[in-house]
Design a protein around this ligand. Structure first.
Ligand code: NAD
Length: 375
């Protein structure tokens, strides 16, 4: 049973889907490992470390030849998979909604594609969830990126020359990234407030020592929401939220936005008119910029300035911490495949009726099979 690890080809992608640590673990299960030369270079994993862990290194064609399972961070372009056998598995973050055509192409190639971002949000799958592991570090990095762009300090400082007041940080969208952003901003000494549409997050915000700012007059999403996910809100809710944000945002120094709705464009949370009420020198980091952006005027891949406010729109934020995000991503993939390992067959075997398998499997036997893509 051969597992191949690809070097990422997407511009700006620095992560890698397996580390020497997970190579060793797969080898201990009896797998043969092949890593594309230079695959881990940008994530601080040297070729020599992979070789020492038990992998052979080679060209893309060499690692793909005869591979049963191919691991990637992002979905590889179908043209680059020449040599991958029919029925072989592709395990990666495939961005199935954003790259829908590619999923059809994988099906046409006869590949069994497994989209790791479709991992169901159940306790058993927590250690396999790439969205959580990557968002966590994105939330942390968003605060550091904001601090780097902000021309002032985060903590209150009492000095002989006078007092520097603490930065006010507002986090919009309190999922995995938002919670980590709150915790990081608190650690840096900021005064933090946060908002979400899911009622369950109120207590989580408070438990991190931040202030919840919630729409009270219109009902949001009760509890956690289905699978922890939000849905598009009613016009009435959006209006109430816009009013609430308008009154709060003018007093903030830093805003971190993380709001997402699966399969839909990111909700617009800050308009240009609201931006204009913010203090000059304020900074907004829009983590949803690649899904359309929470902030009007945010540009993917750029830091722009509007009304004296910097809007940070870095692409692929997890890639900015590639060593750590790769380590977690690689463990997610290992935890997933090893959970289905059949010791006798010396490979993972998927029961067709398993909730996890049904969640992540997007193509099989030449067809797109996932109900989230067919519905
Ligand atoms: P996400 O990335 O889909 O969205 C980020 C946040 O934005 C969410 O909290 C969402 O409610 C919020 N949001 C959406 N629209 C908004 C709007 N208009 N205004 C304000 N906020 C808005 O979410 P996520 O970070 O992937 O996770 C959400 C939840 O799922 C978390 O509570 C997390 O604990 C849970 N979760 C559970 C598991 C598991 O049990 N295996 C795994 C991962 C996440």
């Amino acid at each position: 049973m051969k597992i191949a690890v690809l070097k990422e080809q997407t511009a700006g992608e620095r992560r890698v889907a397996a580390t020497p640590e997970t190579i060793k673990k797969f080898a201990a299960l009896g797998a043969e490992l092949a890593v594309e030369t230079g695959a881990g270079e940008t994530a601080s994993c040297a070729d020599a470390a992979y070789a020492e862990a038990g992998a052979t290194l080679g060209s893309r064609a060499e690692v793909l030849a005869g591979a049963d399972i191919v691991l990637g961070v992002q979905g590889p372009s179908p043209d680059s998979l020449t040599g991958m056998g029919k029925g072989a598995w592709l395990v990666a973050g495939l961005n199935p909604f954003g790259e829908r055509e590619r999923i059809d192409q994988y099906a046409a190639l006869g590949i069994e594609a497994l989209a790791m971002e479709f991992m169901p949000r159940i306790t058993r799958a927590q250690s396999m969830d790439i969205l959580s592991s990557q968002s966590n570090l994105s939330g942390y990095k968003a605060v550091l990126d904001a601090a780097a762009e902000y021309g002032r300090a985060f903590p209150m400082m009492m000095t002989a020359a006078g007092t520097v007041s603490a930065a006010r940080v507002f986090v919009m969208g309190v999922g995995v990234a938002g919670l980590q952003a709150i915790a990081t901003a608190r650690r840096l000494g900021a005064q933090v407030s946060a908002t979400d549409v899911r009622a369950a997050t109120k207590e989580q915000i408070q438990s991190l020592g931040a202030k919840p700012i919630f729409v009270e007059e219109v009902k949001g999403i009760e509890g956690e929401g289905t699978g922890g996910y939000a849905t598009e809100m009613s016009e009435e809710y959006k209006k109430a939220q816009a009013e609430l944000v308008s009154s709060h945002i003018a007093k903030q120094d830093i805003v971190i936005t993380t709001a997402l709705i699966p399969g839909r464009p990111a909700p617009r949370l800050i308009s240009d008119a609201q931006l204009a009420t913010m203090k000059p020198g304020s900074v907004i980091v829009d983590l949803a910029v690649e899904q359309g952006g929470n902030v009007e005027g945010a540009v993917a891949g750029e830091v722009v300035e509007k009304h004296g406010v910097k809007i940070v729109g870095h692409r692929n934020v997890p890639s900015r911490l590639a060593a750590d995000t790769s380590a977690l991503f690689a463990r997610n993939l290992y935890n997933f495949l090893s959970a289905f390992w059949d010791a006798e067959a010396k490979r993972p075997v998927f029961p067709d009726d398993d909730e996890i398998v049904q969640g992540v499997r997007v193509t099989k036997d030449g067809k797109v099979v996932n109900e989230r893509l067919l519905g």
